[in-house]
Write a protein that binds this ligand. Sequence first.
Ligand code: G3P
Length: 215
Amino acid sequence: MKIFIDTANIDMIKEINSWGILDGVTTNPSLIAKEKTDLRTCVKKISEIVDGPISAEAVSMTAEEMVKEGRELSAIHENINVKLPMCTEALKATKALSSEGIDVNMTLIFSPHQALLAAKAGARYVSPFVGRLDDIGQNGTEMLSQIVAVFRNYDFDTEIIAASIRHPMHALDAALLGADIATIPYDVLKKMVLHPKTDEGIKFFLADHEKSKKK
Ligand code: G3P
């Protein structure tokens, strides 16, 4: 499973990239606003740090405007793909952009039906929001598993990005189900490194090493 970080924070991206495990980055307008930056400056900076796909979200609401905005965003760097929110206008724009060789990440996916349509339109990625479905008492992991099953049935090229990951169990579910990618927030990635028995083990090994030096 490829691991993307879901943030627009440059320091966090640099830190996680330094671990050697980072395959790409996803941003959205809320994450950009949190960093008090603008999308274009931000994704350009990210492209100088990470050698992998970077999602930049368009905010246009008609297919024609989405295509125009998508072309502008993808021209910033060859690794940039255009995030479009699931709707009929975005399906039309996805068809147009993908036929020009511009990668689209169809976002705000909450059902296998939406994912199927996005793949049919030529989306390079679909982003099912696992956590936000859990938030309203539905089963985000079940939705993800249905999308994985549908895409396997038809061998679509579209990659599944498990998104709206809120805790390490969501990341594990994505890996167990065979999602191609999980886009994971910084704090969840930090939690994934940790295990109390690892910390305890390091402490004991270092203490025993000190003891053996004294002999
Ligand atoms: O970037 C899209 C998605 O991962 C957002 O997550 O936590 O705002 O639902 P969240």
